[in-house]
Design a protein around this ligand. Structure first.
Ligand code: GTP
Ligand code: MG
Length: 205
């Protein structure tokens, strides 16, 4: 899929104020600083989402409209990409269940056009309980999600395989099958084509 158009629509803390749910939507979530906003920018090839070296940059639900412009070929669907605040940062509730009680939960469980949640995980560090708790909760809520490993350019192929094996073992404690996953780098663009192809398939589903 090509990105013909991408623009910021609205930021808000009230899921009720999100744009009309009239097209497929995909949300990016994960611990603070994992690289959600950077990966969104890499996907759309422009600086739409605000990034920062300091955790806790994204604080609101941010909607970006993709491929709704005149340049988009007939038959291609417009969709929304959503940048969410990170979890696990000291200034936001530590407990994921608290997170789930708040704005993010209301959004994730109530957004009718949300087709898939992209859970970003820093590939350089071992599985974190907060991430495992988060995907457990997604499973309990029957919310569709995929895993996106970030900052992969920092790891050589041996270290990547080891990291994946460790994640497989950790996730096997929660789910019978390992979820669909992507290995990405916002720095090099690795994984971009694969994610866009996946989004294209889901748009058509
Ligand atoms: P919050 O909005 O605070 O939750 O953070 P975020 O998940 O949106 O992370 P953001 O995209 O702001 O990036 C956080 C830091 O990670 C920044 O310093 C980025 O430059 C860095 N970063 C993001 N993606 C990559 C990557 O692929 N490789 C490397 N090496 N650094 C990255
Ligand atoms: Mg962010």
């Amino acid at each position: 899929m090509k990105i013909h158009q991408a623009e910021f629509v609205i930021s808000n803390s009230d899921p009720a104020k999100c744009p009309k749910p009239d097209r497929p939507e995909y949300a990016f979530i994960g611990r603070s600083n994992v690289g959600k906003s950077s990966l969104i920018n890499r996907l759309v090839q422009r600086d739409l989402a605000k990034t920062s070296g300091k955790p806790g940059k994204t604080q609101l639900i941010n909607h970006f409209s993709i491929n709704s412009g005149k340049l988009t070929p007939k038959g291609e669907t417009a969709w929304y990409l959503v940048d969410l605040p990170g979890y696990g940062y000291a200034k936001v509730p530590k407990n994921v269940r608290d997170q789930f009680a708040g704005m993010i939960s209301t959004y994730l469980t109530g957004r009718e056009n949300l087709r898939c949640i992209f859970v970003l995980i820093d590939m350089r560090i071992p599985p974190q309980q907060i991430d495992l708790d988060f995907i457990t909760r997604l499973g309990e809520e029957r919310l569709p999600f995929v895993l996106v490993f970030t900052k992969a350019e920092k790891l050589k192929s041996g270290a990547r395989s080891t990291a994946l094996e460790i994640y497989h073992a950790a996730v096997a404690q929660i789910f019978d099958t390992f979820p669909t996953y992507f290995i990405t780098s916002a720095t090099t663009g690795e994984g971009r084509d694969e994610i866009l192809a996946y989004l294209d398939d889901m748009n058509k589903a």
